[in-house]
Design a protein. Structure first.
Length: 384
């Protein structure tokens, strides 16, 4: 594969406004939601002021543009609404539960999850009540855009706020777990129908994702828009031929990312290989055990979870021959692939979700959705 640099600009359709209120899970704390490190400066350039409202607390604080501020609304984000709050917002609570019950695939599934759904609904009502008290007086729909970074918990809260205040309008994104129903327990996200009923526009991170959600929710199809994530242009990475095959992968160590497939394939690759993985998660112990069984010709380094800036610095200073991504499902065009491609690093990835929207003749090789172990090992050997 020729080493050609491919970069995608952040393509979120920015709505011109004096203020943008951005609702995140943890960002700008911690290291999750790294995509916002690229998107936020672009979005902030189109607003006088950006306010970020994280749902949960984490450690550290990432750099922010000068016109961006962080506001914390919850001392206990898991608190459920008590009898008084439920009575005060009884109509909105009832609407949320009606939408949930109607969306349940079967009566048995509703019965199985009913207590959990009611508990989560009470939690969402408490969050909405807190949001209303803190922000309603400051909210002007003519000058403020509400933007939920996920069509998940915050979309439920904003939907409840809209159900109690018709002035409210909000947009959201869909990435992966909030796109595919089978990523939820028993294949049922109970509040998804409610969220999509109340949201004004949903920005989906890939054409594959857009096609999926349009087919799954045809009544709301007019609300869906394609808005891929993106990466900055850092220039070509340094590279020169070497006797060792230098492989990088970057993902959470969770089952659906299938990092174990790469470890299995490397058992059968001859010649020296250096594999560096960035990312952490519940599968780490399993992957590390597999790494210990790799033959002497393979040197594997598990870097753990690192800030995005550290990963970018690695690409700027260390030659990479191949970036491997073997996820079984993707909602968008993976930013990990975009970043590697922007440095001119060839890609080897499975055909999942929006992956085929970046992996092609110019950038690398697209594997079948479920590649055979032998096939993957052969391709790695041929890349040497």
């Amino acid at each position: 594969v020729p080493r050609q640099r491919v970069a995608r600009p952040c393509s979120f359709a920015v709505i011109m406004a004096r203020e943008l209120w951005l609702f995140t899970t943890r960002f700008p704390q911690g290291i999750s939601e790294p995509f916002l490190e690229n998107e936020l400066p672009v979005v902030a350039a189109h607003a006088d002021r950006v306010r970020i409202f994280p749902l949960l607390e984490d450690e550290g604080m990432r750099p922010l543009p000068a016109n961006v501020e962080v506001t914390r609304l919850f001392t206990d984000p898991y608190r459920a609404a008590g009898p008084l709050e439920m009575l005060r917002h009884a109509r909105a609570l009832r609407e949320l539960l009606v939408w949930a019950r109607r969306s349940a695939p079967t009566e048995a599934l509703w019965t199985k999850h009913r207590r959990e759904v009611v508990s989560r609904a009470r939690q969402a009502v408490q969050r909405m009540s807190t949001v209303r008290r803190a922000l309603a007086a400051q909210y002007d729909p003519e000058h403020v855009v509400l933007y939920s970074y996920w069509t998940a918990d915050w979309a439920t809260v904003l939907g409840l706020w809209k159900a109690t205040d018709p002035r409210v309008r909000f947009v959201s994104r869909m990435h992966g777990f909030d796109l595919y129903a089978d990523r939820s327990p028993d294949g049922w996200p109970p509040f998804r129908a409610f969220q999509l009923h109340h949201v004004d526009r949903v920005h989906v991170a890939s054409q594959a994702g857009l096609d999926h959600v349009t087919a799954a929710h045809p009544r709301e199809a007019a609300k869906f828009r394609l808005a891929r994530l993106g990466t900055r242009d850092h220039g070509l990475a340094p590279w020169s031929p070497a006797p060792v095959l230098r492989i990088v992968s970057c993902s959470n160590l969770v089952e659906l990312k299938r990092v174990h497939l790469l470890a299995e394939a490397l058992l059968d690759v001859e010649g020296p290989v250096e594999w560096t993985h960035f990312g952490d998660g519940p599968e780490r112990e399993r992957i590390e055990a597999m790494v210990r069984d790799l033959p002497p010709n393979v040197k594997a380094t598990m870097m753990g979870a690192v800030p995005n800036a550290r990963l970018i610095d690695r690409y700027l200073t260390h030659p990479v021959d191949l970036f491997v991504h073997l996820s079984s499902t993707e909602g968008g065009v993976p930013v990990a692939l975009q970043e590697a491609a922007s440095f001119g690093i060839p890609l080897l990835a499975c055909d999942a979700g929006g992956v085929r929207e970046i992996v092609g003749d110019r950038t690398g090789l697209l594997l079948p959705a479920d590649p055979l172990h032998r096939q993957l090992a052969q391709l790695l050997g041929e890349h040497r």
